[in-house]
Ligand binder design. Structure first.
Ligand code: FAD
Length: 372
């Protein structure tokens, strides 16, 4: 096997790639293993929405900080990363949801995030394909979208440039104190980082992560159909329902003119098959908000598995019961947004530097309460 690295990362999804990037920048010699190919797991199945969220202070801190880290890196990223600052438009169906939008605006304003509250007329002007009769919305202009596999590849390329090794098509079969086991043998390092996404508990039993399935559809090109990432405010309710299958209206314009249409959430283990009932409900919901969607041909439909934790926060930090083991996993539906904050925080923790935000809420061995 290759010579002894300082750090071994299991998983070359966007989270593992961000860890490789920051650890390499921190001067460590890194080896990354992926049993498939880089960015080919959940990272390839996601929507790529970069969104500041306000479910909890910890979620806000990690999403907003990660967005700032992305802003710093954007000038160096290739066009293939497909970054667009399209903004998020949160849609309120009725007055109650518009009140929730006002609450969201106050929360963001108090923390320095620019927003605009839109009345029904302004909402229609912002997104003419939305059905009439909606109450209004909240625009968050600084949010954006990326193409996650390309961002992942770019982060790994930067790490390789700094001396990292990326080994695709190599499964890690076991994690031991300061070592991993693969079919080719045992490789040692001072730290091992489990960034295997929804597969992380297979290597570290006891990690509170389960696969949470989601469907997405991509349409044919319809340039100008939608200008923002458009989401119903009810999305938050869907994201929080851990028991039943749930759907919510969530549409994203791609740089190609195509539209990504989501989203659904189900707890069905690793069953990747299309659930026609859930898919039908998801598309019905989307068309009820944007009736014109029904006329657009759907080119492809797929599913992916969000790595979900009970309290909706990722696990970032040491796993004390295995010497030298660190966890960077459990990012549910926000891993594209929060990968950079994760990689940067984990690197600071490993190097003994204070992270830019308090790492305590994300501690891998924290006692978890379910989020409501
Ligand atoms: C439908 C859907 C929509 C989403 N939309 C968004 C969005 O708009 N914005 C957002 O921020 N997030 C979104 N997400 C969430 C986001 O995609 C994930 O949080 C993120 O991709 C997780 O990245 P990861 O690197 O942890 O996992 P992964 O991308 O799954 O990477 C883990 C890697 O580990 C490898 N691996 C696993 N086990 C082993 C092993 N034993 N040995 C070697 N390699 C191994 C896998 O092959 C895989 O490549 C969405 C997710 C879904 C499913």
């Amino acid at each position: 096997m290759t010579s002894r690295p300082d750090a071994i990362i299991v998983g070359a999804g966007i989270v593992g790639a961000a860890c490789a990037y920051y650890l390499s920048r921190g001067g460590l010699r890194v080896t990354v293993f992926d049993e498939g190919f880089a960015g080919g797991g959940t990272t390839a199945a996601g929507m790529g929405h970069i969104v500041v969220m306000d479910d909890s202070e910890a979620q806000f801190a990690l999403t907003s900080w990660s967005q700032r880290l992305l802003d710093d890196l954007l000038p160096a990223m290739p066009r293939a990363a497909e970054y667009e600052r399209c903004g998020t438009l949160w849609v309120a169906e009725d007055d109650e949801q518009l009140d929730a939008a006002r609450g969201k605006r106050t929360y963001y304003r108090d923390r320095g995030v620019e927003t605009e509250l839109l009345d029904a007329r302004q909402l229609g002007e912002a997104e003419p394909q939305l059905r009439p009769g909606l109450a209004g919305g909240l625009r968050v202009p600084a949010d954006g979208v990326v193409y996650p596999p390309a961002v992942t590849r770019w982060l790994l390329d930067q790490a390789i440039h700094l001396g990292a090794t990326v080994r695709e098509g190599v499964a890690v079969e076991g994690v031991a104190p300061r070592a991993v086991l693969t079919g080719a043998g045992r490789l040692e390092a001072d730290c091992i980082i489990n960034a295997a996404g929804a597969g992380a508990p297979r290597l570290t039993p006891g990690l509170p992560i389960v696969p949470r399935k989601g469907h997405l559809v991509i349409t044919d090109r319809a340039p100008g159909f939608s200008r923002h990432q458009v989401i119903e405010l009810g999305y938050l309710r869907s994201a929080h329902t851990m028991s039943a299958a749930s759907v919510a209206f969530n549409v994203q314009p791609r740089i190609t003119g195509q539209l990504l249409v989501g989203s659904s959430r189900e707890l069905v283990g690793w069953d990747a098959s299309l659930n026609r009932d859930v898919l039908g409900r998801m598309l019905e919901r989307a068309c009820s908000f944007m009736p014109g969607l029904a006329a657009l041909p759907a080119l492809r439909t797929w599913t992916g598995f969000r790595p979900a934790t009970p309290d909706k926060l990722p696990l970032i930090g040491a796993w004390p019961s295995v010497d030298g083991l660190w966890i960077a996993a459990g990012h549910e539906g926000l891993g594209i947004t929060t990968a950079l904050g994760t990689g940067s925080m984990l690197t600071d923790l490993i190097l003994g530097r204070p992270p830019a935000i308090d790492p305590a809420p994300y501690a891998a061995d924290r006692v978890m309460a379910e989020a409501h």
